[in-house]
Design a protein around this ligand. Sequence first.
Ligand code: ZN
Length: 388
Amino acid sequence: MTDPNYYANMYNAYEKKPKKIRVLDSTLREGEQHPGISFTNKQRIQIAWMLDYFGVDQIEISPIISKDHETSTKTIIKQGLKADIVSHGRALKQDIDISLKCDAKWVAAYLGISDIHLKDKLRITREEALKRSVETVEYAKSHGLKIRFTVEDGSRADPKFLMQVCKAIEEAGVDRISLPDTVGIMRPIGMYNFVKKVRNEIDTPLDAHVHNDIGFALANAFAACDAGVDQIHTTIDGIGERTGIPSLAETAVALTFLYKSPNDFRLDMLMDLSRLIEQYTSIKPYDSKPIVGSSAYKHKAGTHLAAILRNPAAYEPIPPRIVGNRRRIVFGELAGKTGAAYLMSLLGLEKDEQSAKNVASGLKNLRMGDLMEIPLEDRIEKKIINDK
Ligand code: ZN
């Protein structure tokens, strides 16, 4: 057995012929709703190009926010990217008109359908909401557009009304329906049941738009896929309203390695995408953030160092270079004998068992925590193994 993940994959039980799960990236729409973020026109275009090159299927942007956003939307649509550019707005003819002005081919319209949204946000009745939904879809279709409809706050809507809306917009010719967990209240089995209910009666392709308020966004996105969704909404680094939505990096890596979805992602761009957002927003992903965090591939404890120096797969699910990150080892009081021996070999010192032990206990007695970090590339790692 050469694959260290062999038995884990057995438990993961992915299908022999896994279905393709698509990705819609909403960094330019949901992402701009993150507190403190406002991209310039040029930045939006750059982000769109990079997302397209990375390999997402759809890119969402909202032209209705401002004239500036309208210009960005129009310019990005003109680029002729491979990904569909989805022009996002409310379920109103006037918003569809703005998308039409931008030469959009794909539009997205949203309408809150839970009682709290109808009563306290929109102040309309269910009948009016149903009528508005159908009219918006019909209007978009009569203009030759593809339309995705988001039944906003769907996870908290009366299931009877949810199904009534879904059936009515399907009848009106909607191209995709987005099932959102707008306030991030679902647990994975709940998200599964919510999607399954719709999937059982609706043939239209489904999206999952899930929020991370309690930390379940990524798990819920994949529970939705298990129940029949074939497109996940992401943003770079997961930025968005409040605590955001699934991050592109985590979603793309999970799709590739855990779900074996046949996407064509350039995963080694993930660090660059994250850095681009950091540069444009000065929001840095927290150190321990999966995939792109600065400590995602740092190894510290002595027993871990000893194993990593022989075979990094002992403590890594996938090699860091695949996602553009770097492996580092942290030397300090936890380094242990093997870590100390490695440090001595880097310094060109003779390393015998006893001196390595002495250095290790010296590091421990210093009580200074972490002393330094060293990148550990595959090249070096091979040399170490060969030296043994
Ligand atoms: Zn959202």
